[in-house]
Design a protein around this ligand. Structure first.
Ligand SMILES: [Zn+2]
Length: 678
């Protein structure tokens, strides 16, 4: 049998195409055993303990384990098959158990304490690593008595399994649901490429007609363009009840939500915190749940009046289209019509200018101008022909890392856009390992000989994710514990990503990004001016929606008693009454599909997007000030941003990094201005 591809040396790139489900269990079992042995062997707090005897062996073994597991998790998310899912799930309990074991290893904790006590013998980087390790281990229950540690371990394992099942229920409900439309008249209004994709999907199943699904490249255009109100309602209802008690009970997330909230509350109590939000905020920029709620309500007070105006305008316009009682499934459709009337362009028109190859080239140019790094396509063995490997090089041509782009939607791929990494920057025994970062989106793929076309929102998504990727790629930290995804505060992690979005609104940048799929022309100035005019269209409504999600998340995680599903729904209703302007029907089940907080690590952390946006907006304002009306692609500011914000990774608090960059504390002004709210 050939060597297991998951066991390749850490300083070589993985051969993704060679990884089979049957490789997973043997590799993970072996790497787990090695990581366990490394900790057991090195964690001896005897006199003579030194950094050099403790850290390198543990790091070397951990690197290999986490690289393999990250690759497996990634494959499970982007090329999901029953066999892969089974192999992943079979290993998940062992992985969680190991993390818990290592996170509360008394010998390791004693070693970190002993090293920490040696003080000045370590440099600032090493001291930061030790401080964070001690904090993280305390939060992992190491200081608990034995029975508390056992309970903590059980809680962690159950939560991981519930979170995994939560996202599977969502994915399966979406994958299984479809609507076969045989009467083409029902698709009136839908763009031809969406129809063709629906036709192709039906054909693939050997069916006549058009297959509509809840996957974003189908669901969104239906909500936005389908003139058939009943069709929109049908898809809206299906989407709004995903993984709820109104569908297949085997895929109902209700009991999972109740169990997750109960387990989280118990975990917080065990570690001595009033509630789960308090526990989570230990590793955040924000100081307390109260501070977060005040922040959100403050923002709501500024955003709700404009949101109400947005909605009133929409209602009034809807009546001119013959819609008297505006329903949630009309919002996107009426919005698109209003946008067309108000700003005389359609997203579909814009989309044909943003051809994927040109957008990517433009993005690479932006990155080059701002940060003086270049991206070079490189052959690689990956998981799908659509995935593409790029080598990231500095001005001298030195490799800083690798970026894998996987941009298009397909069956078996988790929806949404995100960045994860398989390997982080790490100097070990004088060998520098460079990061391998994966950037994943779900854009509609190329069809009919045309390149893939992105909406302007898609372009913004791509820039957003590139900010996360750059954070990982341009950090100069050589300790894995200080890599951005390991130790930058959760509520600051969106700073670089939201910052990058701003460039999609700069005329010079948009020129670089656009090339019409038919004519090859750049986006015309007149069309861009309309987009600019439309930029703040409904930004009040958009903002209150984000506040609604964030406040709901914060409130369900700060309850004195453990809420059941009815109470969770009640909290959602109260939050909506307080901050929202659009109230979905009573049967709508938002929480059941809120994977961010129940399956994605954003529990008691959804506010982070808004929190970080205050910082990212203020950061971008520095570029606007430096540009003085010229292009915001201001190289000197880019360099300062790279040095102050990206390079430090988790080596210091983001508050300090931001202060270094801006020379003052943060201000909310830029956020309000960028949203057209003052
Ligand atoms: Zn993000």
């Amino acid at each position: 049998m050939p060597a297991n591809p998951l066991l390749r040396p850490i300083d070589t790139l993985l051969d993704y195409a060679a990884i089979r489900p049957e490789h997973i269990a043997p590799a993970i079992t072996q790497l787990l055993a090695q990581a366990r042995d490394a900790i057991t062997g090195a964690a001896d707090p005897a006199p003579g303990l030194r950094w050099e005897t403790l850290m390198p062996p543990i790091q070397a073994a951990s690197n290999r384990l986490w690289r393999a597991w990250s690759a497996v998790s990634h494959l499970n998310a982007v090329v999901n098959t029953p066999a892969l899912r089974d192999a992943y799930n079979a290993c998940l309990p062992q992985i969680t158990e190991f993390s818990t074991w290592a996170g509360m290893h008394p010998g390791l904790y004693a070693c970190y304490q002993a090293l920490h006590a040696q003080g000045d013998t370590h440099n600032a980087t090493q001291q930061r690593v030790l401080t964070l390790a001690l904090r993280n281990m305390r939060l992992s229950g190491v200081a608990l008595p034995p029975e508390g540690r056992a309970r903590y371990a059980a809680l962690s394992e159950q939560q991981a399994q519930l979170a995994q099942k939560f996202s599977e229920n969502v994915l399966d409900t979406i994958d299984r649901w479809f609507l076969l439309v045989t009467d083409e008249a029902q698709l009136d209004g839908l763009p031809p490429d969406v129809r063709q994709a629906a036709r192709a999907a039906a054909e693939k199943d050997g069916q006549p007609g058009y297959k509509l699904t809840l996957h974003m490249p189908c669901y969104l255009p239906v909500m936005q363009y389908a003139n058939d109100r009943h069709l929109r309602e049908t898809l809206y209802r299906a989407y709004g009840t995903i993984a709820s008690e109104q569908g297949d009970t085997a895929l109902d997330n209700s009991p999972l939500i109740e169990q997750l909230l109960a387990l989280r509350a118990e975990e917080a109590a065990l570690l001595g915190y009033a509630h789960f939000a308090d526990l989570r905020l230990q590793t955040r920029m924000a100081q307390s749940a109260t501070q977060v709620q005040t922040f959100l309500r403050d923002l709501a007070s500024k955003a709700k009046p404009p949101a109400q105006r947005d909605l009133a305008r929409l209602r009034a316009f809807a009546t001119t289209l013959g819609i008297a009682g505006l329903q949630p499934w009309d919002i996107a459709w009426v919005t698109e019509k209003l946008r067309q009337q108000q700003y005389a362009y359609s997203e579909d028109e814009v989309r044909h200018y943003f051809t994927a190859p040109q957008v990517l080239q433009g993005l690479f140019d932006v990155i080059h101008t701002l940060f003086d790094v270049t991206l070079h396509p490189e052959p690689a063995s990956l998981w799908h022909p659509d995935a593409q490997m790029l080598r990231v090089a500095d001005a001298q041509g030195q490799t800083l890392g690798h970026l894998i782009l996987d941009l298009y939607a397909r069956p078996g791929k988790q929806s949404g856009a995100w960045v994860d990494s398989e390997r982080v920057r790490h100097r070990l025994h004088n060998v520098l390992l460079t990061p391998v970062v994966m950037l994943t989106c779900n854009f509609p793929n190329a069809q009919d000989g045309f390149p893939a076309c992105l909406t302007h929102d898609d372009v913004i998504t791509l820039f957003h994710e590139s900010g996360h990727a750059l954070h990982a790629l341009l950090s100069t930290q050589e300790e894995p514990a200080l890599s951005p995804f390991a130790s930058v505060e959760w509520d600051a992690i969106e700073l670089p990503s939201q910052f990058m979005e701003n460039f999609c609104w700069d005329w010079h940048v948009v020129q670089k990004l656009s090339r019409h799929r038919d004519s090859g022309a750049h986006l015309p100035r007149a069309l861009f001016d309309k987009m600019l005019a439309a930029r703040h269209f409904q930004s009040g409504m958009h903002l209150v929606r984000q506040i609604e999600f964030a406040l709901f998340d914060m409130l369900i995680h700060t309850q004195d008693t453990r809420p059941d599903m009815t109470q969770v729904q009640n909290i959602l209703h109260q939050v909506r009454a307080e901050v929202a302007v659009i109230i979905p029907p009573a049967w709508h089940r938002f929480a059941h599909n809120f994977s961010h907080i129940f399956a994605g690590g954003y529990g008691a952390g959804y506010y982070s997007y808004l929190w970080a946006e205050v910082y990212s907006a203020d950061t971008f304002a520095a570029f606007e000030e430096a540009a003085q009306g010229a292009s915001v692609l201001h190289a000197a500011s880019g360099q300062r941003f790279r040095d102050a914000i990206l390079a430090p990774g988790g080596s210091r608090p983001m508050r300090d990094a931001f202060y270094t960059f801006r020379g003052r504390e943060v201000s909310m002004d830029a956020l309000l201005r960028h949203n057209g709210l003052h």
